[in-house]
Unconditional design. Structure first.
Length: 202
């Protein structure tokens, strides 16, 4: 009897917390559509060395303007007919996060994602972390991509930036970083703000 009650208590606790992300993710974690929407009640931090994988159709939703802070690795691989959504959630890559490596195809990346951060927030912020995006849409933002360091590669393929509110589509005041754009579209997206001695490839 005690065993049955314990199992029921465990099941209830799991169902009660289902879909709510903890403030700290300290073990490799996979998010999928079945558990969506995953709610961020505040900032959520992925620890260094930890992988957070987001599968097609997943929705991450902030109860307020929240940050998903990456010190490890973030892999978001949606599909054309099953997009990954970040609603009222900004993604921040801290220095030391696992950046995208074009030679191996590994590291932090976004494929078929939609980003709609709340208010005047940034969709993607990077500090010394290379980021790859493809077939993604960033809309109603102050900054779509905000780079806060030099020696960073931002690669975008078939992405759309639209509805930038008073800010910039892509912003970095630092020197010596690379922006690689291929078949991307900017609609009502403000300007690109580039520091000195940067490389832009289109």
């Amino acid at each position: 009897m005690r065993t049955i009650l314990a199992l029921l208590a465990f099941t209830w606790a799991y169902l009660l917390n289902a879909g709510t992300l903890p403030a700290n993710i300290n073990s490799n974690t996979v998010l999928n559509a079945a558990g969506s929407p995953y709610i961020l009640s505040g900032n959520v931090t992925v620890a260094k060395g930890i992988n957070l994988t987001v599968l097609p159709g997943t929705i991450l939703r902030g109860s307020l303007a929240c940050n998903l802070i990456i010190n490890g690795e973030l892999i978001c691989r949606g599909k054309k007919d099953s997009l990954i959504r970040f609603d009222s959630v900004s993604v921040t890559f801290n220095s030391g996060a696992s950046g995208y490596n074009p030679a191996t195809g590994k590291g932090s990346r976004f494929e078929y994602t939609v980003h709609m951060p709340a208010g005047s927030n940034m969709a993607i912020k990077s500090s010394k972390t290379d980021v790859f995006m493809s077939h993604s849409r960033l809309t109603n933002v102050y900054y779509a991509v905000f780079v806060q360091s030099d020696s960073v590669d931002i690669t975008m393929r078939n992405c759309k930036i639209e509805g930038v509110t008073n800010g910039y589509s892509i912003y970095n005041s630092y020197r010596n970083w690379k922006l690689d754009l291929t078949d991307d579209t900017i609609i009502n997206g403000g300007y690109l703000y580039m520091g000195q001695k940067n490389n832009v490839h289109r």
